[in-house]
Design a protein around this ligand. Structure first.
Ligand SMILES: Cc1cc2nc3c(=O)[nH]c(=O)nc-3n(C[C@H](O)[C@H](O)[C@H](O)COP(=O)(O)OP(=O)(O)OC[C@H]3O[C@@H](n4cnc5c(N)ncnc54)[C@H](O)[C@@H]3O)c2cc1C
Length: 215
């Protein structure tokens, strides 16, 4: 994962968790904003480098500090919504699906002092796909209402991690989702399956926010 930080030339209105389209020549790709708005007009992205990925390899191999990069306005409704501070939140993400979830989490805890329970489940096949464990453990220590569960789906991983598919683990732990707000980000199939299952377990469709990272 590459942590990419951009400084916007002009102030940009956005909510953490929304996405922008970054452009390099003819290649345009969407990336989620992983930070809350700040006075430096800084935007933070978590970019997974794919083998032969046109944009992600450009970021890994060619992008230099100081190079200008074009990007669109912020889009999408996958962000924290003010108003129901007591509502429990369930955040499920795979890989760099953590980017919008981390932004949403910081917005909820630091900006809005969200009071309800917040459960973040981050999944990957193996340890190489997990990141920000220290940052998330630190948030967990500072906020009694925040709970973080890293999950690994391949066999033979370190037993300190919860074993299994992140969406199955989360939905088994919380079988009744009536009244919850649910955020789902990352691998498309996981997002679509989990959206359906969360609805079947009682979450209202208006309370399910999802970003499927299809290319
Ligand atoms: C709303 C939205 C938000 C997104 N946010 C993020 C983000 O925060 N961080 C992030 O890393 N990505 C994010 N993505 C995915 C991102 O837009 C690109 O699709 C991804 O980075 C691949 O682009 P690329 O040009 O490097 O690879 P491409 O040149 O498009 O593809 C290279 C190869 O990888 C395969 N591939 C493409 N995408 C994936 C994938 N997701 N998983 C596995 N194989 C794939 C392709 O089929 C192809 O074989 C988001 C997508 C959407 C729609």
């Amino acid at each position: 994962m590459i942590l990419l930080k951009l400084k916007s030339a002009q102030p940009l209105a956005f909510f953490a968790g929304q996405f922008v389209n970054l452009r390099h020549g003819e290649v345009i790709r969407s990336y989620s904003i992983a930070n809350i708005p700040n006075s430096n007009h800084e935007l933070v992205f978590h970019i997974r480098v794919l083998p032969n990925g046109k944009f992600s390899c450009f970021v890994a191999d060619e992008l230099q500090v100081g190079m200008p990069l074009e990007f669109s306005h912020a889009q999408g409704n996958c962000h924290y919504v003010e108003g129901k501070s007591e509502q429990p939140l369930l955040l499920i993400g795979t890989g760099t699906g953590l980017a919008p979830l981390y932004g949403i989490l910081c917005d909820a805890l630091e900006n809005h002092k969200h009071q309800g329970e917040i459960h973040l489940f981050h999944g990957s096949r193996d340890e190489s796909g997990l990141y920000f464990e220290n940052e998330l453990r630190e948030l967990e220590n500072r906020h009694a209402n925040f709970h973080y569960t890293p999950c690994l789906s391949a066999e033979g991983n370190d037993e300190k991690y919860t074993q299994g598919r992140v969406n199955q683990i989360a939905l088994q732990q919380f079988p009744k989702l009536e009244g919850w707000r649910v955020y789902l980000c990352g691998q498309s199939e996981m997002v679509l399956q989990t959206k359906r299952q969360a609805y079947l377990q009682g979450a209202s469709l208006q309370q399910i926010y999802a970003d499927a990272f299809s290319s």
